[in-house]
Design a protein around this ligand. Structure first.
Ligand code: AMP
Length: 288
């Protein structure tokens, strides 16, 4: 496995691979890898000749009062895991290589980015879109893998790729969860044992929503109220949003149907957690 930190060297390598007729898959991450990341890496491994994992904690996607400085990092362990997964190249640049002094160019998606996490985290998706575009230009992937865990991010990137005619296919992989249902996330490390217990309310709220839909309750207002009630049972929880939206356009929906996204962001103590569910099917007899 090669570890490259220089964007120029990575890009040169990518062009050489392309000239040799190789296909490249890419998994962009911020490191502190867990099974969610590894599921993307395994999918990506099988899909191209050369697999590049990028590890970069992107300052541009953190707000001024967010956790950029304290974001968990463990580069040694990340490299060990990548080696185990037979990653070909880890691209792990320094911040100053990606954003040198005087850097002034940003990419903005201006529709899907407005909602959900875009409300509480202004500039977040601009930071994501910018770094992902830069990583695509450096790594030259044929296909790039993202997680449904960050549903809105995957939609913004898919839209950006379409709008800008970027020659890369975006693949989205399912959410990997702990045994008790908590969606895996590097930020779960922030949770103390009490908060870790309380964090299960996100999954419980989504499960409640799914159960309601399966029993024929499609009203977004009712489902949201029921989810709120589940979250409020936990003393250290604070709801940022619970949203019921079209899974493609992210427009608000009054009624849940096939392809509807149910997404939530909840603070447990100081830690902001997100999770979501896409309703694939509504009961047949009820949808007719
Ligand atoms: P991050 O390092 O948090 O920026 O995540 C890198 C990629 O891994 C993103 O595409 C995430 O959506 C994806 N990811 C993070 N957590 C999970 C999870 N629990 N299941 C599946 N994919 C995930």
């Amino acid at each position: 496995m090669e570890v490259i930190s220089s964007p120029e060297e990575m890009q040169k390598k990518a062009f050489a691979l392309k000239r040799a007729g190789k296909t490249i898959s890419c998994v962009p991450t911020m490191g502190f890898l867990h099974q969610g990341h590894l599921s993307l890496i395994r999918e990506a491994r099988a899909s191209a000749d050369v697999l590049v994992v990028t590890i970069f904690v992107n300052p541009a996607q953190f707000g001024p009062s967010e956790d950029y400085r304290t974001y968990p990092r463990d580069p040694e362990r990340d490299l060990r895991l990548c080696r185990q997964e037979q990653v070909d190249i880890v691209f792990a640049p320094e911040t100053c290589d990606i954003y040198p002094d005087g850097y002034s160019t940003y990419i903005e998606e201006n529709d899907l980015s407005r909602w959900l996490c875009g409300v509480d985290r202004p500039g977040h998706f601009r930071g994501v879109a910018t770094v992902v575009t830069k990583l695509f230009n450096i790594v030259q992937p044929d296909v790039a893998y993202f997680g449904q865990k960050d549903y809105q991010q995957s939609r913004v990137i898919t839209k950006m790729v379409k709008d800008l005619n970027l020659p890369v296919r975006i693949a989205v992989c399912p959410i990997v969860r702990e045994d008790d249902g908590l969606a895996m996330s590097s930020r779960n490390k922030y949770l103390n044992p009490k908060e870790r217990q309380e964090s299960l309310c996100l999954y419980r709220a989504l499960s409640r929503a799914e159960k309601l839909v399966m029993s024929g309750e499609y009203s977004a207002v009712t489902i949201r109220e029921e989810m709120e009630a589940v979250i409020r049972q936990e003393p250290h929880s604070r709801i940022d949003y619970i949203e019921i939206r079209d899974g493609e356009t992210l427009e608000p929906r009054d009624q849940v149907g096939e392809g509807t996204l149910i997404a939530l962001a909840v603070f447990i103590g100081k830690t902001r957690l997100i999770d979501n569910l896409v309703i694939e099917k509504v009961p047949r007899s009820l949808s007719e």
